[in-house]
Ligand binder design. Structure first.
Ligand SMILES: NC(=O)C1=CN([C@@H]2O[C@H](COP(=O)(O)OP(=O)(O)OC[C@H]3O[C@@H](n4cnc5c(N)ncnc54)[C@H](OP(=O)(O)O)[C@@H]3O)[C@@H](O)[C@H]2O)C=CC1
Ligand SMILES: N[C@@H](CC=O)C(=O)O
Length: 418
């Protein structure tokens, strides 16, 4: 029998308990051993929960119990999760986590300790919720040179955008629902402003390219400025708006990486990925394109990935797994100003003719959007041809200074090739 502990009995931690309890018999058969939860660490009391006898408040009890060989960390955040994880690994206990913030920040160090101690630090649930993506990248696609990853990596923002677009919910209402469903981070700013997706694309890129990609170097923009009007223009253009995280390996020293809302064609494989679902496209030199799809957040989908990691450890309890992450050192992320793309722009005008003329001169070859019905008041929109970000910023500031232009209402990157 393998005895384990769960630290953090919130959405994911309680889901892990539920899956391990409900599917105990089949899990034991697949793991080749029975898995028993000995402790659940949390700062709260759970007096009405069937697992109440297992609740403890003292981390040292887990650390110093030689019967515990695997610990699940589902507390989230950096501290005390980092200190607990490090001490557990140093003590020779396997750790499984869903905590992408910790993995993105301290992954290389924690993996190094795990390797030295001949144990495992597993984090399948840290990206894509229940979608198997870390292990496929690490194992099944290991034969490939991975050149590109792109995806919808945050369930909360995808839920919000879907509810706003398809069911006309307000941003606030949609966020509240996502929180009630257990999708959102404790601080939902991490979802809304793209930080969560940023950490996830950094983790995937680090594994895929065998270099540590520092999430702090990735240009990140969230969905807080996306309005109903933006969505109406997208519809007119045969597009939809999604929060897309992407990275490309440019050469052995540099990657391009970015998280931002993107206007994509309705025929894009990402366009109909709705609600809490995530989708991840991986491009390899042998396999070509492969796509992963499933629920990117939520109690049981995420628990499914955590329990999968536990089973894998039980099956190979004395084996340390070698991660390709960081084996080749760090890799530089290209400055966003040096990257290029097309942009969708909404302009509020004082003089429509002069404003449109100015747009045509400043952004030569741009496409003015013709709409079937008026959108907003005293405004029009256009899509630029491909421009370097720094060149685009310069042109926008030129436009904003014109007397015929009241203000630039919104800017969204536009990509018809994704
Ligand atoms: N929710 C989801 O769908 C997904 C979440 N994740 C990640 O999984 C992790 C956990 O998320 P989630 O379950 O949603 O978070 P929750 O906030 O629901 O759960 C965390 C639990 O840990 C408890 N806790 C806080 N501090 C401590 C401490 N010092 N010692 C022990 N327990 C503590 C919290 O108590 P209290 O509430 O009183 O603070 C809470 O019960 C996060 O890293 C998150 O990003 C990953 C994939 C999906
Ligand atoms: N808050 C995250 C949870 C899963 O990682 C999300 O919404 O995707």
């Amino acid at each position: 029998m393998v005895k384990i502990a769960i630290m953090g009995f919130g959405v994911v931690g309680s889901g892990v308990w539920e899956v391990l309890t409900k599917n105990a018999a089949s899990i034991a058969r697949r793991a080749g051993d029975e898995i028993k939860i000995k402790y659940i660490l949390d700062i709260r009391d759970f007096d009405d929960h069937p697992a109440k006898e297992l609740i403890i408040k003292d981390f040292e009890k887990i650390l110093n119990d030689d019967e515990i060989s695997i610990v699940v960390e589902t507390i989230g955040g950096l501290e005390p999760a980092y200190t607990y994880t490090k001490r557990l690994l140093e003590k020779g206990k396997h750790v499984v986590t869903s905590n992408k913030e910790l993995v993105a920040k301290h992954g290389p160090e924690l993996l190094k300790i795990a390797k030295e101690k001949n144990i495992n630090y597993f984090f399948e649930a840290s990206v894509g919720g229940g979608i198997p993506i870390i292990r496929p990248l690490q194992n099944c696609l290991a034969a490939n040179q991975i050149t590109e990853i792109a995806g919808i990596l945050n369930g909360t923002t995808n839920y919000i955008l879907t509810q706003m677009n398809k069911y006309s919910l307000s941003f606030e209402e949609a966020l509240k629902q996502a929180q009630e469903k257990g999708y959102a981070e404790r601080n939902p700013t991490n979802d809304i402003e793209g930080h969560d997706a940023c950490r996830k694309i950094a983790i995937l890129s680090s594994i895929a390219y065998s270099h540590y990609v520092n999430y702090e170097s990735i240009y990140t923009e969230g969905i807080s400025k996306i309005s109903k009007e933006d969505m109406e223009y997208a519809e007119e253009l045969g597009c939809t708006i999604k929060l897309i995280a992407m990275s490309k390996k440019l050469d052995n020293t540099t990657v391009f990486a970015r998280v931002s809302p993107l206007m994509i064609l309705q025929k894009s494989p990402f366009a109909n990925v709705d609600d809490v679902f995530n989708a991840i496209l991986v491009r390899g030199d042998a396999i070509g394109d492969v796509m992963f799809y499933g629920q990117g957040a939520g109690k049981l989908p995420t628990a499914s990935a955590v329990v999968g990691d536990i089973i894998d450890i039980v099956k190979h309890i004395d084996k340390s797994y070698v991660y390709t992450w960081g084996i080749s050192g760090d890799i530089k992320v290209l400055d966003i100003n040096q990257t290029s793309c097309r942009f969708f722009v909404r302009v509020k005008y004082k003089d429509i003719t002069k404003a449109k003329d100015a747009v045509s001169i400043i952004f030569n070859d741009c496409m003015i959007v013709n709409t079937h019905k008026p959108i907003g008041e005293n405004e029009f929109a256009f899509v630029t041809h491909e421009l370097k970000e720094e060149e685009f910023k310069e042109k926008i500031s030129q436009l904003e200074k014109l007397p015929a232009v009241e203000k630039v209402l919104s800017v969204i990157r536009y990509d018809e090739n994704i």
